[in-house]
Design a binder for this molecule. Structure first.
Ligand code: DX5
Ligand code: ZN
Length: 244
């Protein structure tokens, strides 16, 4: 719900980076996430893939639960039929749960169900409900869902792997999503996910997206802390510039 503390925390932090941990060292994810806390990051993005909706398999609820962090847990469910599974992710500490409409028999019902769940980190906080739009998903799909979401995630790559290339048409899709939200008079966060690099993050931030997911550009096996700081600072500066 837009006026929940979780939503307000994100609104206050925006524009900012949600750091994807898919390419971090999963066997030492606790310390990788601790490293992110030191950079001033507010969110960790968990890409959940089930080997069914997506070719790859990644992590599930026990793993997400095991990560002890002050960061908000941004859980991107690339899984088939999430209806019976969303409660487990919320119980594991998800603050944001994003689902894919194509993976749901009844997407509206899944969002309604998410709206009834209690945040496991803090019962007052609320759970932010996101819908992810693949590069091929018609944006009109959003219209009947606007009452039941607090975030739209515009995917700039097809779900499946980290480290893919940003699809240029995404930039125009973000602009259209922002127009649709404004036209409906809603306060809904816009996220962009996939293909973000140090070279394109300023340009992507200029679209006005609230959250920018950056995974492999941060966890590049070399300098994750410096990378995260660079990405956060670039997005912060872009936000300051657009407010002036
Ligand atoms: C795509 C995932 C993205 C991806 C981001 O399947 O949803 O979150 O892991 O990773 P990078 O930043 O490496 O494109
Ligand atoms: Zn993701």
């Amino acid at each position: 719900m837009p006026n929940t503390p979780a939503f307000q925390m994100l609104r206050a932090a925006a524009p900012t980076v949600s750091v994807g941990v898919l390419t971090a060292n999963l066997l030492s994810l606790g310390s990788e996430v601790a490293l992110l806390e030191r950079t001033g990051a507010k969110l960790a993005h968990f890409d959940v893939m089930d080997g069914c909706y997506c070719p790859m398999m990644t992590v599930g609820p026990p793993f997400i639960k095991a990560i002890k962090t002050s960061l908000l847990k941004d859980v991107h469910l690339m899984i088939q039929d999430p209806l019976e599974k969303v409660a487990e992710y919320v119980a594991a500490g998800a603050d944001i749960v994003t689902i894919h409409p194509e993976a749901c028999a009844q997407v509206h019902r899944v969002l309604q169900k998410l709206g009834t769940l209690t945040n496991a980190n803090d019962p007052e906080r609320g759970v932010v409900r996101g819908v992810a739009l693949n590069p091929s998903t018609p944006l009109e799909l959003l219209d009947p869902l606007l009452e039941e979401i607090e975030m739209v995630s515009v995917l700039a790559v097809n779900p499946g792997w980290g480290g893919q290339k940003y699809i240029p048409a995404t930039t125009a899709r973000i602009a259209r999503v922002r127009q649709m939200i404004a036209f409906a008079g809603k306060d809904i966060l816009v996220c962009v996910d996939g293909g973000i690099t140090k070279d394109n993050i300023a340009e992507v931030a200029a679209t006005g997206a609230d959250l920018i997911v950056a995974g492999s550009a941060v966890f590049d096996g070399k300098t994750p802390e410096a990378n995260a700081r660079f990405m956060l600072e670039t997005v912060r500066q872009q936000g300051e510039g657009s407010r002036q």
